[in-house]
Design a protein around this ligand. Structure first.
Ligand SMILES: Cc1cc2nc3c(=O)[nH]c(=O)nc-3n(C[C@H](O)[C@H](O)[C@H](O)COP(=O)(O)OP(=O)(O)OC[C@H]3O[C@@H](n4cnc5c(N)ncnc54)[C@H](O)[C@@H]3O)c2cc1C
Length: 311
């Protein structure tokens, strides 16, 4: 069997990570990795030496439904062994649709992918990170790659770019309006320092002190789920954990976060973890390399003062 791995993501940074996953998988199986782009070559250019550009769907139809349709139609010219999709919101929907249409298995949110005989093995975190499950899917199959788990592949000069016209498409879902994300949106995956706020922050206005500390450290602001999903104080992109973003910065500073399993699942691979919490028994201290038992309203200004004096 000649192994062919397709890599797709609608998001630039994630596309680089999926490309790296495809390259690694294809490398072990002595096969080919192909970057699939829908609609047009991405502005960043290809990340893999082989690229396949699928044309025919208009930009306004660029929904998970139409993307899945385009990818499925492309397989008519030759079924790849594995189709890898970035595990973004859109990507998860694309992967599920492609797998259902092609009648294959789908491994979701894999943080490590390997081959075993004629099967793909995907490792994924389960039970809030307490165990790692190994999921087996016979090839051909689809898998989504967990964001932030593969180092991004750099740009490459594609030595083979094929184009395929996948034809027109009448979607059942039409995009009526596109609303730009909140200007404060961040890409936490690329942040080296993250200062993350939890319910220890008493009111929305007080996030300013967390934002100020993040700024003085040259970092980004993250948060626990209640702050984004329940209180709506920060956009969803800031929420770290099982149901949010997985991050592994050089420094993760948890401020007023208790450290429940669901939160830890998203930041446990950070290089250095520090926490500020008034409760000395807060579980976050078990996941932290450094801990300050204290009131964030006093500790943060003190840290900022030290940073200011040193810079
Ligand atoms: C299915 C499911 C999925 C979930 N997914 C996620 C997820 O992805 N991410 C996530 O974060 N949560 C997730 N949760 C929620 C999670 O279980 C916790 O409820 C949540 O993480 C708690 O957020 P918190 O630590 O900010 O708040 P709390 O648990 O209320 O903790 C607040 C902390 O602040 C401390 N504190 C209070 N005042 C101060 C002060 N002045 N200075 C310093 N410290 C102070 C307190 O001692 C306390 O430890 C999920 C839950 C479920 C059921």
């Amino acid at each position: 069997m000649t192994l062919t791995v397709w890599a797709y993501s609608e998001s630039g940074q994630v596309a680089s990570e999926v490309a790296a996953a495809a390259q690694s998988l294809a490398g072990t199986g002595k096969g080919d990795a192909v970057e699939v782009m829908v609609g047009a070559m991405s502005d960043a250019g290809p990340r893999l030496p082989n690229a396949l550009v699928l044309r025919g769907m208009s930009a306004s139809e660029n929904t998970p439904e139409s993307t899945a349709e385009a990818i499925c139609r492309a397989t008519s010219k030759g079924m790849p062994s594995v189709i890898l999709v970035g595990s973004t919101r859109n990507g998860r929907e694309v992967a599920a649709r492609v797998a259902a249409r092609l009648g294959t298995g789908c491994i979701s949110d894999a943080s490590k992918l390997t081959l075993e005989g004629e099967s793909l093995i995907g490792e994924r975190s389960a039970f809030a990170g307490k165990v790692t499950a190994k999921v087996v899917a016979p090839i051909p199959c689809v898998a989504t790659v967990k964001v932030g788990t593969y180092p991004a592949a750099g740009k490459t000069t594609a030595n083979s770019v094929s184009e395929m016209d996948v034809g027109g498409f009448s979607p059942k879902v039409k995009v009526l309006k596109t609303i730009r994300k909140d200007a404060r949106s961040v890409n936490l995956n690329s942040a080296k320092i993250i200062v993350s706020a939890g319910r220890g922050v008493k009111k929305k206005e007080d996030l300013a002190i967390v934002e100020s500390l993040a700024k003085s450290l040259g970092g980004a602001v993250g948060c626990s789920r209640p702050l984004s999903s329940d209180l709506g104080w920060l956009p969803e992109e800031h929420h770290i954990g099982l149901t949010g973003v997985t991050v592994k910065p050089e420094l993760y500073l948890a401020v007023g976060i208790s450290g429940q399993l669901q939160h830890i699942a998203g930041m446990k691979d950070s290089k250095v973890v520090a926490a500020i919490n008034t409760d000395k028994d807060a579980p976050i201290f078990q996941a932290a390399d450094y801990g300050i038992v204290g009131d964030l309203y006093q500790v943060i200004p003190a840290i900022e003062e030290i940073v200011r004096r040193r810079s």
